[in-house]
Design a protein around this ligand. Sequence first.
Ligand code: DGL
Length: 274
Amino acid sequence: MSDARPIGVFDSGLGGLTVIREIQRLMPGERVLYLGDTARCPYGERSEDTITTFGLQDAKFLMDLDIKLLIVACNTVSSVALQNLQQQIKEIPVIGVVLPGARAAVLRTAERKIGVIGTAATIRTNSYATAIHKIDKDIKVYGKPCPLFVPLVEEGLLDSDITRLVAQHYLYDMIDLGVDCLILGCTHYPLLMEVIQGTVGNRMQLLDSALWTAKEAQDILTALDALSPDTNGGISKSSFMVTDLTTHFEVLAEAFLGQQIPAIEKISLEELVK
Ligand code: DGL
């Protein structure tokens, strides 16, 4: 049996396209419906109530389009509202990015010291530490909010002295603490991989949740016998929707997706929250 319906993926903005990139690598036949709530991005500095409301609206919008799996490709929504979403949506599996990233980090840390960087909301909820401690409660987890990274990425400052200075400001602590595995707990941070690795040195492994989330999606669809009947061409049949076409939109989208973005549709916030 197979299931030709698309996978729904949403993020507060364009960062969740990193998850699509990995889905395409692992399951090139899968069609995806992507929603990026660029009009209301960033979510990461907002209150938990607002993040939950936005997350539920994003999820409902995609649910109405008949998807077979929902991926919350936003660390902030995954940290704050995943359980709430899973309780409300019973028809299909709903997964976030936190658990796959946490599992991968546990397998990788030799020193049993994991660092997590993310938005203020992600770090405040302790979501990664909770997930890691469910697997191994003795691992030390050090969280650090890095709120300036998202605007730096949005400005396209991926390889600049300002970004390097900010990275030093945030990350030198992780070296002092003896962290050997650092989770990039925000969809934007993989784009700063080189700067971050240059700052913390090669002995610290960087972990991007996107790949592990795509792997979890593949495992779930395989177990449910719900992979697409197609083995190729998923991306060309996918739909990309955003709530605002922002200034650096195309450049950013391409950087996150790793290829030119296929046709994009702007939907209004009224359509999203109806
Ligand atoms: N998508 C968010 C995350 O992964 C980053 C951008 C935002 O703050 O909305 O946490």
